[in-house]
Design a protein around this ligand. Sequence first.
Ligand SMILES: [Zn+2]
Length: 384
Amino acid sequence: MKQNDDELEDVLQPMAWHGVDFTSTSGNQRYGTCPWCGKPKFYANRKTGLWDCKVCGVNGNVSQFLERMFDEVYRPGYTDASRRAFAEHYKLPLEALQDVDLGYGDRGYVFPIRDPKDRIVNLRTKALGKNTLGTKGIGGADLGLWCADDVKATELSVHHFLCEGETDALAVRGKLRRLKKPGAVWSVPGATSFDEAWAERFRGCAVHVLFDNDEGGVRGDGYLHRRLHGVAKELTFLSWSDDEEMQGWDVRDYLTRGKAWSRLVSWFSSEPRSHSDDTDELADLRPEPFDAFVDRLADTTRPPDLITDLVPGQGITLVHSQPRTHKTWVMLEFAVAITSGTDAFGSPKHTVPTAKRVWYLTEEDPPTEIRDRLTALLAGRNDE
Ligand SMILES: [Zn+2]
C-alpha cells in the first residue's frame, strides 16, 4: 500500500526526505528502496527508526543514516561544478565554498546540522535562489545551526560569526578566508530563531552577530543578546551605518558590492540595536499558573452593558438581519449613543451607563454619506 508523507512516523521523515520511498508496511516495520544498493529491501522500525538493508547489509540508527547519506552521497556530489554554480549565483568568491561542510544531491545543496558532539541531526537542503528547506530532523527539530567550518578544529579563542542564513554566512566566510583571518562562521535559521539550548555552544567564546539592516535583524539582536549575554566571553552586534543606501541590506549585499570588511568591523558594538527583556512577546506565550486560572474563573463579576439590555460590556456584538433593513443605521445609532452617553433610539430602556470612545470602521460608505447620517442622528438629540 502506498503511504503518503502525512502518515509517515516522524522518526522516519528524515529518511523519506532523503529519498527512501517507504512503499509498504509490515508489522512494526516499513520498507522501501535502499539508497545504496537500489533494491527494495530497506527496512526501518516505525518506533525507533533503526534500519537495515537485507541485501547490502548496511544498518544503523537515524543519525547514522544521515551520516552515511552525507558522507557517501552528498559530499562526493559537491563537485567543482556545483561549487562554481553556487558562487556565481550568489556572487561569492570561490574561497567561500572551499573546504566547507556542504554537500550536493537531488534536492540541491545540503547543509548538515550537527549536535555538539558533531553528530548529524538533520540535513537541510537548498536549491539555488530558493529558501533552505528540510524536514523534521532527529528529535523532531526542523531547524538548526549550521557551521560552515569544522567546529572540532575551532578553539575557544576563535571568533564566531553568527549570520542570518547560509548565503550570508558563506559571504562572510569568503571574506575572512581572503583576508586570512581566523573564525568560525555560523548560519542561524532566522533572526529570532535561536534555541536556548544552542547558546552553550558559545560559552566562553567571542561571538559577533551580523544580522540584517532591517527590522527583523534589529529584533534578532535583542533576541540573541538575551540568550548569549553572560554566556559568550565577548559579544558584539553589527550596528549598521544609517547610510540610506544600505537600508535593508544583509552582509552579503554589503560584501558583494566590494565594500571594506574593516569598515563593517568598525560598526561592531557591544550594545545590541534592540533590547528585549522578559516583557516581550515570549512572556505572552508562557502558561498561566493554575491557581491564577482558577481565581480568574471564580470571578463572576461582569462589566456593565455598553447600552443597557442591547450591547453587552464584553465579547463581540454582531448586528444581523435581511438586506436593506437599516443595519448600518443601527450601528451608527449605537456609536452615537455610546460616544454621547445618551439613550439609544431615544428609549429610557436603553441607557448608556458610561460614555466611551468609539472607533467606527467602514469599508463601503463614502465619508460624506456617513457625515450626513451622523448629522441626522444628532439632530434628533436636541442641542448636540
Ligand atoms: Zn541495500
